[in-house]
Design a protein around this ligand. Structure first.
Ligand SMILES: Cc1cc2nc3c(=O)[nH]c(=O)nc-3n(C[C@H](O)[C@H](O)[C@H](O)COP(=O)(O)OP(=O)(O)OC[C@H]3O[C@@H](n4cnc5c(N)ncnc54)[C@H](O)[C@@H]3O)c2cc1C
Ligand code: FES
Length: 261
C-alpha cells in the first residue's frame, strides 16, 4: 500500500550489520503500512530519544520488507557513530516517507544507474523496480578503493566498477568510465539515475548531457527538519534567482534544474 501521509514512529532496532570498514546496515522493525517508501525517498532518523544528537539525521531507504526497514550508512560523525553502536531492542524515531522518488513513468528503455560511494543507498530498490518494469539496467559504481565497494547481491553481477586508486575495475572516476562506455555503445532511449558526492554528480550530468541522455540526480544536504520548514537545505535553481528545498522539492532533481556547488 502506498500513501502520501508522513508518520513519525518509534521503532525498535533489530540489528546493525557492519558491511564495510565504515559502512553499516541498520534494520528496524516498523509499521510498513505507514512507513512505506518508494525508492530514493528518505527518512529522518532520531538516533537518540533521550540525549544528543538532538536533531534527526536524513537517510535514504535502502530496502523494505513487510514489517522491516533497512538503511545503509557511513559513519561520519556523532549521529552515525551512535547508530552504528545500536543494539537489538534500542529505539529510534523514524519520520517518513519524505521527499520524491526517481521518475520511472517516462518511456525509456534503459536505466543507467550511477552510484558514488554511499550514494549506492537508493539503488537496491531502484534496480529491482526497473527490472520489474521490464527496463534494461546498466549499473555503474565508483569508489575511492576496492574496500569501499558495497555489493548488492541481486545487482553485483552487473556492476561496472571504477576506483580512484585503480585497485578494482576502471582506474579513474565513474563518470569517465560511463563516458568511455557510451562512446563505444550508446544505449537506445536511456535515462541516467545518479547519487553520490556533488562533484561526481556534476561530472555525470555533464556526460549525460553530452550524449543527450536525461539525467536525474539525488542530492544531499545538511537537514534539520526534513519537512520544508527550517530552510537548511536550499539549492539554487538554474538560471534563476529562486531556490529549491532539497527535502521538499527533492531529493531527486533533473540535473538541469539546479546548480551543484
Ligand atoms: C536526503 C538524504 C539522504 C541521505 N542518505 C544517506 C544514506 O542513505 N546513507 C548515508 O550514509 N548518508 C546519507 N545521507 C547523509 C547523512 O544524513 C549524513 O551523513 C548524516 O546526517 C551525518 O550525521 P552525523 O551526526 O553522523 O554527522 P555530523 O556529526 O552531523 O557531521 C559530521 C560531518 O558530516 C557532514 N555532514 C552532515 N550531514 C551531511 C549531509 N547530509 N551531507 C553531507 N555531509 C554531511 C558534516 O558537515 C560534518 O563534516 C543523506 C542525506 C540526505 C540529505
Ligand atoms: S531540512 Fe528543513 S527545510 Fe529542508
Amino acid at each position: 500500500m502506498q500513501n502520501k501521509s508522513i508518520f513519525s514512529l518509534t521503532c525498535p532496532v533489530l540489528k546493525v550489520e557492519q558491511v564495510l570498514e565504515h559502512t553499516y546496515i541498520l534494520t528496524v522493525e516498523a509499521d510498513t503500512e505507514k512507513l512505506f517508501f518508494k525508492s530514493a525517498q528518505f527518512a529522518m532518523i532520531l538516533v537518540n530519544l533521550k540525549s544528543f544528537p538532538l536533531l534527526p539525521r536524513p537517510f535514504s531507504i535502502y530496502d523494505q520488507r513487510e514489517g522491516e526497514l533497512d538503511f545503509i550508512f557511513d559513519t561520519v560523525g556523532l549521529g552515525t557513530n551512535e547508530l552504528a553502536n545500536k543494539q537489538k531492542g534500542d529505539l529510534v524515531k523514524i519520520t517518513g516517507p519524505l521527499g520524491n522518488s526517481f521518475c520511472l513513468e517516462d518511456n525509456f528503455e534503459t536505466g543507467i544507474i550511477v552510484a558514488g560511494g554511499i550514494g549506492i543507498a537508493p539503488f537496491k530498490m531502484l534496480y529491482e523496480e526497473l527490472l520489474t518494469k521490464g527496463k534494461k539496467v546498466q549499473f555503474y559504481y565508483g569508489a575511492r578503493n576496492k574496500n569501499l565497494i558495497h555489493k548488492i547481491p541481486s545487482a553485483e553481477k552487473l556492476y561496472r566498477i571504477s576506483t580512484d586508486d585503480g585497485s578494482e575495475g576502471f582506474h579513474g572516476y565513474i563518470s569517465q568510465l560511463l563516458e568511455k562506455d557510451l562512446l563505444e555503445t550508446m544505449p537506445k532511449n536511456a535515462r541516467v539515475f545518479a547519487c553520490g558526492p556533488n562533484v561526481m554528480l556534476n561530472a555525470t550530468a555533464q556526460v549525460a548531457e553530452k550524449f543527450g541522455i536525461p539525467c536525474e540526480i539525488s542530492l544531499e544536504s545538511v537537514m534539520a527538519c526534513g519537512l520544508g520548514v527550517c530552510q537548511a537545505c536550499v539549492i539554487d535553481e538554474t538560471n534563476s534567482d529562486k531556490y529549491k528545498l532539497i527535502c521538499h522539492h527533492g531529493p531527486i532533481f533533473d540535473s538541469k534544474e539546479v546548480v551543484l556547488h
